[in-house]
Each structure stands twice: as structure tokens, then as C-alpha cells.
Design a protein around this ligand. Structure first.
Ligand SMILES: [Zn+2]
Length: 108
């Protein structure tokens, strides 16, 4: 999960993928989400996004990613581990069953 301040992501917090098919889907245990949200608040950070990878296939939201996207304001980052991926990291807003790609800006 990703957090930061004033809309700028500054911290990445790994979470365990508890999906029964971790190569195809991801799922974070609700308990871990609650714990991370509490850590964010304690650290004065805002929850800004979620990242996961697509080891097989393109790094764009799958039907299941869209179905299970519960956070309509936060960004969903999808990473490709493949050397030939045109955009190794992509980000999307997912709301009302639709994904729209976001522009990623790196700030110093
Ligand atoms: Zn996915």
C-alpha cells in the first residue's frame, strides 16, 4: 500500500498477498489493511494508493482488479516485471466499474 502527504506518495508499505491464486490475483487481509491504515495515521500519512504486479500479461487492470477496487479516490499502480514492458509502472483510477489511466509524475 502507498501513502504520503498532500497527494504525493512518499512511502510504500508491502502487504501480504493472501489470494489463493497469488500469481493471478491479489488480496490483502482486512486485518492487515486496518493495521496499515492505523500506521499511516500514526505517521501522519494519507493513504494514497495500492500497488501490485502482473507477472503474467499486461499491466492494466484485470476484470477482477476492477471488480475488487473498493477505493475510488486512491490510485491503483500495476507493475510489470518484464524488461520489454512499454510502461513498467502504470497507475489507474478505478471507479464505477471503469478504469482510467493516470499520469505518473515523479517529484524531487
Ligand atoms: Zn491486477
Amino acid at each position: 500500500m502507498l501513502a504520503g502527504r498532500k497527494g504525493v506518495i512518499t512511502h510504500a508499505f508491502p502487504a501480504t498477498n493472501v489470494s489463493v491464486e497469488p500469481a493471478r490475483n491479489y488480496e490483502i487481509a482486512p486485518k492487515e489493511i486496518v493495521r496499515l491504515m492505523r500506521d499511516f495515521r500514526t505517521a501522519g500519512l494519507e493513504f494514497l494508493g495500492i500497488y501490485h504486479s502482473h507477472p503474467n500479461g499486461k499491466n492494466e487492470p484485470s476484470a477482477r482488479d476492477i471488480e475488487l477496487a473498493f477505493y475510488s479516490e486512491e490510485a491503483y499502480f500495476i507493475v510489470s516485471p518484464h524488461d520489454d514492458a512499454p510502461q513498467p509502472v502504470r497507475a489507474f483510477h478505478i471507479r464505477d466499474g471503469r478504469a482510467s489511466e493516470l499520469e505518473i509524475r515523479i517529484v524531487q
